[in-house]
Design a protein around this ligand. Sequence first.
Ligand SMILES: Cc1cc2nc3c(=O)[nH]c(=O)nc-3n(C[C@H](O)[C@H](O)[C@H](O)COP(=O)(O)OP(=O)(O)OC[C@H]3O[C@@H](n4cnc5c(N)ncnc54)[C@H](O)[C@@H]3O)c2cc1C
Length: 426
Amino acid sequence: MEDNPLLCQEGEVLPIFIFDPTILEPLSKNDRRVSFIFNALVHLKSALRTRGLDLAIFYGKPADVFGWLLQNSSYHDVCASGDYDAYALERDCEISHLIEFTYLHDTYIFKPDEVLKKDKTPYQVFTPFYNCAKTLFTPEHMDECIPCRQSLIDFDYTLMHRIDKNTHTTYPVCLESIGFEPQTLTPHHTMTPQQKLTEFASKLAAYAHDRDYMIKEATSYLSTDLRFGTLSIRAVLRWLTQQKKSGTDTEPFFRQLIFRDFYAMLLYHFPHLATQNFRYRFEGIPNDDYFKAFCTARTGVPIVDAGVQELLETGEMHNRVRMICASFFTKNLLLPWQWGEQFFAQHLNDYDAASNILSWQWSAGTGVDPQPYFRIFNPYTQSEKFDKEGRYIHKHLDGNKDQYPMPIVDHKESSKKALEYFKSSL
Ligand SMILES: Cc1cc2nc3c(=O)[nH]c(=O)nc-3n(C[C@H](O)[C@H](O)[C@H](O)COP(=O)(O)OP(=O)(O)OC[C@H]3O[C@@H](n4cnc5c(N)ncnc54)[C@H](O)[C@@H]3O)c2cc1C
C-alpha cells in the first residue's frame, strides 16, 4: 500500500494478483512462502478497500487470465512491477503480445542497464560495480511513490477466479482453493516490515561486525519482504538516510543492498547463469548418498547440519551459514552446485533466483565473480570463530544429539581431493 508505483497510475483500474500454476505446481502443499504471500494479499485486499479499491485474485496461467479478461471486457493496458528472472521476462513478453504492457521500475534500486562499465557492458566484479553505483546514486532513487486518484472497475472481487484456457470457475478466497495448507509462520514472517526496521535501528551501528555471528540476530530479516514486495527498497533507503543523519555508519548495510542489485543485474544480462557456469568447467561429481545426507542434516559436520536443520524447520538460514553450507556442498562433497541451489530454492523463505543462483556459483567458484576455487571454508574454524560457544549448533541440533552421525567426509582429505579435482578441470 505504501510506495507502490502501481497506485500512482491515474484512472480506472482493475487491481489483480495471479497465482501462477507454473510456479505453484512444483511446490509442496505446505510451502511457507505461499502462506506468506496469501496472508499479505488478504491484508492488501482489505487495505485497498479502505481506499475505495479492491483486489481481484486469479489462479491460472497469466496468458490465459489476460486472454479471458480481454474476451470479456476491454482494457487499455496492464501495469506491473516485476522481476528480471528468465521466466518472468518470458511471461511478461507473452502478455505484451496480448495487451500493451507497462513495466514499472520498482523492485531494485537501479534499472538493469543503469550501472554499466564505460564501454556500456555489464560489470562482472562486485567492488567496481559498487563503486560505480555509489557515484550514480541520487535522492531520486529513493523517491516515494505517492498514490493518485484511481477508481475501481466493476468486477466480482469477493471470489477467487480460476481460469483454465477459456474455462472460468470461482472459488472462495482461501489457500485451500489453490491447493495449499495454511502454515504457522516464524516471527520474522509475521512482524511487519516497519516493526523490523524499528528493531533493526538499534543494531545498525554494529551490523558490520555482528552480522556474521549466527546467534546474535544482528541482521535486518528484510529479505523476504524485499523479495515479495511487502516493503519497497526505496522505503529502506529513506530509512537508511535518516539513520545516517543521526550519525550511524550506514555504508556496510547499503553495500549488502547493492549486492542484491548486482546479482539481479547479472542474471538479467547473463540469463544462462541460471543453470550454466560462467567461468571454469567444474561440474561437480554427482553422489546421491552425500546429497541425501546433506539434505537431511546428517553430514556429521555440526555447523552444516545445524544450518540445514534451521532451513528445514523455519525456511531461514543465516548468511554466514549459507556460505559455509554452500562451500561444504560444492568443495568438500564436490556435488554439482545446481543441486544445492535447487534444495535452497525449495526451502528458503526469501528464495530469490538471482541471489541464490549467483551465491551458489560464487561458492562453487564457477560464477562471474567467483570465490577462488582454492579457497575452501573450513566448517570447524568457521564454527569456532562465529559460533564460539556452539549456541547456534545446540539450538538447532539438540533434538538429534543421541544418534548424531560421524562426519561423512574428513575436512582435510576432502579439501585435498577437491583441489586436485579443480586443478584437473582447469
Ligand atoms: C548460498 C547462498 C544463497 C543465498 N540465497 C539467497 C536468496 O535466495 N535470497 C536472498 O534474498 N538472499 C540470498 N542470499 C544472501 C543472504 O544470505 C540473504 O540475503 C540474507 O541472509 C538475508 O537476511 P537479512 O535480510 O537479515 O540480511 P541483511 O544482512 O539484513 O541484509 C539486508 C538485505 O540485503 C540483501 N543482501 C544481504 N546480503 C546479500 C547477499 N550476499 N547477496 C544478495 N543480497 C544480499 C538482502 O536483500 C537482505 O535482506 C544467499 C546467500 C548465500 C551464501
